[in-house]
Structure formats: C-alpha cells, structure tokens
Design a protein around this ligand. Structure first.
Ligand code: CUA
Length: 140
C-alpha cells in the first residue's frame, strides 16, 4: 500500500511538474459531437490554426499540414474505424485517435522543418505505413 501510494505520488508530481513548470499540455478529451465529419484545417488568424483530423486504416486525413513557423495548432483528432495513434516525432506529442471520441491538444511550432507523424497504436496490417507530416515553413 505504501509503495503504491508512493508511486502514485511520483506520477502525479511528474504530470503536475510538466504541466506547470515545463508548460507541456496534457492531452484532453472533448465530447464527440460529429462536428468534423469532414477533416479540415481552419486558419483562425495569422498564427493560429485548428486542425480537425481523422485517422483511418491506414492514413490520416489531412495527411499533410503546412504552416508558417511560430504557428500554434489546436489539434482535434478522432478515428473512423479502430484505435490509432498520432505521434508527432520530435515534439513529444502522443495522442490516441479513438472512434466516437475526440482527443485535443495544442502545439506550437517555433522551428521550421518537417515533423513526421506516425501511428503508434497497432491498428492492423498496414499500421507501419500509417504516417503523415507537418511542414513548418521558414516564412511567417
Ligand atoms: Cu493506425 Cu497503427
């Protein structure tokens, strides 16, 4: 019991430390409203974007997102079939795409480059081919 309590305290501390001290967003789940039957990217203003992404066997829609550096993406993610993952390599972003649910997180891209997105939840025969990319351009 004492060991369990100690481990729980360490996990809780690690989460709170990352959220408040390192300003890392903990992914949230928002209710599924069916608001994005059609995946799309919405430009809110010059540096804010909303991405409504759908994962399905074995691709993402949209599979390529291009934004200027310094942009912030509010990513809303769901799945059309089975559970998939959405791992933005080099950004430490790991989301699950769950059918009937929406995962949300907010990510800022300050450095230009190509950020690969890979599926990190085994989702069937084409799992290893499931990827996308986020292209951050040099101009603002
Ligand atoms: Cu989708 Cu693995």
């Amino acid at each position: 019991m004492a060991l369990t309590g100690m481990l729980l305290s360490i996990f809780l501390f690690a989460i709170l430390y990352n959220v408040f001290s390192r300003k890392i967003d903990v992914p949230t789940c928002v209710p599924y409203t069916g608001t994005f039957k059609k995946p799309h990217i919405r430009k809110v203003d010059i540096q804010n974007y909303e991405v409504y992404a759908v994962a399905h066997m074995w691709a993402y829609d949209p599979d390529e997102i291009t934004i200027p550096k310094g942009s912030t993406i509010a990513l809303y993610l769901t799945s059309a079939d089975v559970v998939h993952g959405y791992n933005i390599v080099l950004k430490g972003v790991n989301l699950m795409a769950v059918p009937g649910g929406v995962s949300k997180t907010i990510i800022t891209f300050n450095d230009p480059g190509v950020y690969r997105v890979v599926c990190h939840e085994y989702c069937g025969a084409g799992h290893q081919y499931m990827m996308g990319k986020i292209i951050v351009t040099d101009k603002r």
